[in-house]
Design a protein around this ligand. Structure first.
Ligand code: DC
Length: 230
């Protein structure tokens, strides 16, 4: 009998968590959930309502509106998950640098985390899920059978994010990207609520000098061992 499991992937910004999570889910026929997309969608909603911007944040009004925000995922024609905010596909809007600059401020709020964690746990109630984020192995699914903590050198992460955005024809400056990653790493690591930290029982994979295929092979070997134990 094959065991049905939860795979939690955590790590710093731009170290390839989504790529690995997506590939693992595909290999195993599991659901893939990008928890960062959920925090990004909430942030987009704050931006769209003019509740956050340069030098201002109307936290009170934002918290008031939070219960009315709906976030879910649907599959597109190629079976890739797309993020749906209040019934609108926002997949392309949530990856830009504006959302990236405010997302850590929004995701620090306990009310936001409480709502997202409840949604995430509900998505994983039948297991067969791979979820990536910052607190998946520590807070969302501390019972996950496989926990992976991904890391990579800062310069390599900045270069990857830069290439990714450039490939999408989004105009970016390398130093701005790098500064954003450093800032997000620090906010994510140092916040009081569910800070990014390695779960003690997680497998560390540093992918600075290995290919996506090698990374997948390592993670898959760990997962299959547990799955085949039955
Ligand atoms: O994975 P990402 O870079 O798309 O995530 C965007 C932001 O969301 C990240 O800077 C911190 C926040 N986040 C979080 O606080 N907890 C998670 N589980 C996932 C993301």
């Amino acid at each position: 009998m094959m065991k049905i499991i939860i795979i939690a992937i955590d790590g710093f910004s731009s170290c390839g968590k989504s790529t690995l999570a997506r590939q693992l889910a595909k290999e195993l026929g599991y659901i893939y959930i990008d928890s960062g997309a959920m925090y990004r969608a909430v942030t987009l909603s704050a931006l769209q309502n003019n509740l956050i911007g340069k030098d201002f944040f109307d936290e009170k009004q934002f918290i008031k509106k939070l219960p009315g925000i709906s976030i879910k995922f649907e599959l597109d024609n190629n079976f890739n998950p797309v993020t749906i905010l209040n019934n609108k596909n926002v997949e392309d809007k949530i990856r830009n640098i504006e959302v990236s600059s405010y997302v850590s401020i929004i995701s620090k709020l306990p009310q936001v985390r409480e709502k997202m964690v409840a949604l995430q746990r509900d998505m994983g109630k039948n297991k067969a899920i791979v979820m990536d984020g910052r607190d998946i192995g520590t807070v969302v699914f501390p019972e996950a059978e496989i926990k992976i903590f991904l890391t990579a050198d800062l310069e390599i992460r900045a270069k990857r994010r830069y290439d990714e955005l450039k490939a999408k024809n989004i105009k970016v400056d390398f130093d701005v990207i790098k500064a954003n990653i450093i800032e997000r790493d620090n906010i994510d690591r140092l916040r009081t609520n569910s800070p990014l930290k390695k779960a003690p029982d997680s497998i560390i994979i540093d992918n600075s000098n290995i290919s996506k295929q090698e990374q997948l092979k390592i993670a898959l070997a760990h997962a299959k061992k547990i799955i085949n134990e039955g």
